[in-house]
Design a protein around this ligand. Sequence first.
Ligand SMILES: C[S@@+](CC[C@H](N)C(=O)[O-])C[C@H]1O[C@@H](n2cnc3c(N)ncnc32)[C@H](O)[C@@H]1O
Length: 218
Amino acid sequence: MSDPFSQAAWDERYRSRSSLWSGKPNPHLVSETEGLRAGSALEAGAGEGADAIWLADRGWRVTAVDLSGVALERAAAHAANRGAGIADRIEWRREDLTSWDPAAESYDLVSVHYLHLPTAMRADVFGRLAAAVAPGGTLLIVGHHPSDLETTMPRPPMPELFYTGDDIAGLLDAGDWDIVTNDAPGRVATDPDGNPVTIHDTVFRAFRRKASKRAGHD
Ligand SMILES: C[S@@+](CC[C@H](N)C(=O)[O-])C[C@H]1O[C@@H](n2cnc3c(N)ncnc32)[C@H](O)[C@@H]1O
């Protein structure tokens, strides 16, 4: 079986359907960032681009990164359909987040939605994405909560892919961050048999302090 985390696997997944996602911004992105002043944003695992487009529409300058060229072509076409005012605010980059090193302390917002990787890879990727947040900036990570594995919603049977907000907090230097949201709200979805099922998203938002509270810093 091919590596499910490879570019080939993601491209194949995108090619299998004319669209994989709803085309709407993720609700947690909207609720968690609505009050932030627009600046530079890194949208990691941008998929078909709905979140990057929503951010650009709100005035953010967005670097949108994904492993899949198929997804990015689709995303860029959606942005172009919205007009130059939005398309020109987004740079689409095909990068593998497991090796790409974003510039440190560069983005006012780093946003990640439903990027699920094995534990060691995830720690490495989330660590580098956190390091890319500028002092005074925001890290937002949203994913499927481990409790979803106990529901009838289909999820890959690989518990290590799922994470809590505490797992993410554990990757950060506590002296550098204020945790604003560490939550796992439920929402009702429909399982493949048509039955309603309550699933949970991990929603983690942290503010990078302008001055570290680590020992030795004022
Ligand atoms: C579940 S989709 C979520 C897409 C989008 N964030 C959303 O919520 O609609 C995960 C995305 O992460 C991308 N991805 C997976 N592994 C990646 C990697 N190593 N580097 C960059 N992107 C990756 C996939 O191509 C896919 O578009």
